[in-house]
Design a protein around this ligand. Structure first.
Ligand code: CUA
Length: 329
């Protein structure tokens, strides 16, 4: 019975290792290599642990008498110096030979991603060195919180932040790299299969750190090109009561809806919010109800966010805004 429980527990634990946000389910060249390294290190660690445990059993049970000084010295020199030096050097060499592959140049699109409090500003078609100011000036094709990348290509992500340090991490595809104010850091994502994955902020950055997520869509090159064109287009649904409410309440001071007078760059670009999967940087599915709730109860849904709650607005206004934003495909 105990054995059955162990098997059930092990299967449950291992199955939790798969999924869209797991380093154990690699969908990128870098994550596959890192997992490979992990298994070698784990295997080595288990062997060394068994060896050391064996020695302690030997010393306490099988041969409990004191060794001669010569034997003791030999044990320390071989087991305590030579053995760790050899093992650690081998591991270092194994890890280092992976580095050139990680550093190989990109052959795919270049996308700028800025860590904001607490969401991700995205610009497709970024230039080589987009400073934060350049990104804010609207260079490239703006989007937010949902990153589309082509499968089989090495996409270069240029990372920045206007104020605090975040860390950009898509566990299934690659390692993590910090976004550092005043600097451009880089990571290359080379996904090996299509699918939807989850990215997260991996560096504590403030109240809503744990709610600073994003969706990663790995698609074919043709689909990627189509998505960038769709993102580039201005909003098409302009004749809507929600647009009037949005503009009358000053939402455009912080948010941009291209094709309208709203051109704020403080918060996420909402031009095609309805075409995204999630809202509030990966925390809620995009539905009319959720958008309305997020507008009215922003600080409740996402504590620490810079946007205030608009709980005092009449519900018919927030409803109209939500319907309009949901319809911006
Ligand atoms: Cu951004 Cu943690």
């Amino acid at each position: 019975m105990a054995r059955f429980g162990f098997v059930v527990g092990a299967v449950a634990a291992l199955s939790a290792c798969r999924g869209p946000q797991s380093t154990f389910d690699p969908a990128g060249t870098e994550s596959a290599e890192v997992l490979h390294l992990f298994w070698w290190m784990l295997g080595g660690a288990v062997l060394i642990w068994l060896f050391v445990m064996g020695l302690s059993v030997y010393a306490t049970k099988a041969h409990p008498k004191a060794h001669s000084e010569r034997t003791g010295t030999r044990l320390i020199v071989w087991g305590g110096v030579a053995f760790p030096v050899v093992v650690l050097t081998a591991l270092l060499a194994f890890g280092l030979q992976m580095m050139p592959g990680f550093r190989a140049p990109a052959d795919g699109p270049r996308i700028a991603v800025s860590g904001e409090r607490f969401w991700w500003r995205i610009h497709y078609e970024a230039s080589d060195t987009p400073g934060v100011a350049k990104t804010l000036s609207g260079e490239g094709v703006p989007s937010a919180n949902e990153l589309w990348i082509p499968v089989g290509k090495r996409t270069e992500i240029l990372l920045s932040s206007p104020d605090v340090i975040h860390s950009f991490w898509v566990p299934n595809i690659a390692g993590k790299v910090d976004t550092i104010p005043g600097r451009i850091t880089r990571i290359v994502l080379e996904p090996t299969r299509t699918g939807t994955f989850h990215g997260i902020c991996a560096e504590f950055c403030g109240d809503a750190h744990a709610q600073m997520r994003f969706v990663v869509k790995v698609v074919s090159e043709a689909e990627f090109a189509g998505r960038v064109e769709a993102e580039r287009a201005p909003a098409t649904l302009l004749d809507h009561p929600g647009r009037l409410a949005f503009e009358a309440n000053g939402c455009g001071a912080c948010h941009q809806v291209r094709g309208t007078a709203s051109a704020g760059l403080v918060g996420p670009d909402l031009t095609h919010l309805g075409s995204r999967e999630t809202l509030g940087a990966g925390i809620l599915p995009v539905t009319t109800d959720n958008i309305q709730r997020f507008i009215a109860l922003t600080e409740h849904e996402k504590p620490g966010v810079q946007m205030p709650s608009f709980a005092t607005l009449p519900p018919e206004q927030t409803r109209a805004m939500a319907e309009w934003l949901e319809a911006l495909k």
